[in-house]
Structures are given as C-alpha cells and as structure tokens.
Design a protein around this ligand. Structure first.
Ligand SMILES: O=C(CO)COP(=O)(O)O
Length: 139
C-alpha cells in the first residue's frame, strides 16, 4: 500500500510516536510524507520514506497529485486544529481530493489507530485491485 504521513508542527511529536508504535506495520509498505514530517520520522525510526516538499512549499499538493491519480491508499494527516496555516487552501484541496477518490484519511491519532488496525487485518486489500485495473488503461 502507498501510505502518506503529514503533520503540522505542533503535531509532529505525536506523529513520530504514532509511527514508532506501528513501525512493524508500516515497514511493509511504500511510505511518503511532506518534507519535515518525513525527516522527523526517519530520524527516529528505521523506515525509509519518500519525502516531498515541505507543506507550505507545496508538499500537500504533491501528495494531492497522487491522490488525484488514485495512487495513494491511506493518509495520516495530523492537522493542527488550533493554528491557522499559510497554505490552508492546499490542505483543503488535499482533503477534498481524498473525498473525491474515497481515500481513507485520518486527521487525528484515534482514527489513525483504527485505520492502521484495519490495514493490519487486510481491510485495504481491495486497493490492490484499484492499482491493478486503472480505468482507461489497457490490461
Ligand atoms: O505543512 C504541512 C502539511 O500541511 C506539513 O509539512 P512539513 O512536514 O514539511 O512540516
């Protein structure tokens, strides 16, 4: 599965702790992140993560581009609900695209844990079919 991690600054510690707790699950998947979030996670885990640009510089949009192509399977996006972000339009656009494509996205750790347990159980196996049979592509 293709999994993305994104966390705003005051949520980065929470994200790192969350990923450490489920590192054994995440290590079997292709991992992506915005710039600083990925750096923080890689500093404190053994995981290898493809890092896009930092959020305010376009990282959310880069992940959004993969969502638009239905290539992202699960997103953990720990937003800061108490602080305005300069790139708020990018954040809204990413969440909108998740709804367009029906991509599971957790915006807090409680939901994140539910999704990771579902991932462990194999509940997202149907996404392999999405990758295999892209509409408009020859089989
Ligand atoms: O701003 C972000 C998401 O909107 C996160 O970006 P960074 O991971 O680069 O801090």
């Amino acid at each position: 599965m293709n999994i993305a991690f994104i966390a705003h600054d005051r949520k980065k510690d929470e994200m790192v702790n969350f990923v450490i707790a489920y590192e054994h699950v995440f290590k079997g998947h292709a991992l992506y992140s915005t710039g600083t979030t990925g750096t923080r996670i890689m500093e404190q885990t053994q995981l290898s993560i493809h890092r896009f640009m930092s959020g305010p510089l376009g990282g959310d949009q880069q992940i959004g581009a993969l969502v638009a192509q239905n290539e992202m399977d699960l997103i953990i996006f720990l937003r800061d609900p108490l602080m305005a972000q300069p790139h708020e339009p990018d954040i809204i656009a990413l969440l909108r695209l998740c709804d367009v494509q029906g991509i599971p996205v957790a915006t807090n750790v409680a939901t994140g844990e539910l999704l990771v347990r579902a991932l462990q159980r194999g509940d997202f196996a149907w996404r392999e079919l999405v990758h295999k049979y892209k509409p408009g592509e020859e089989q």
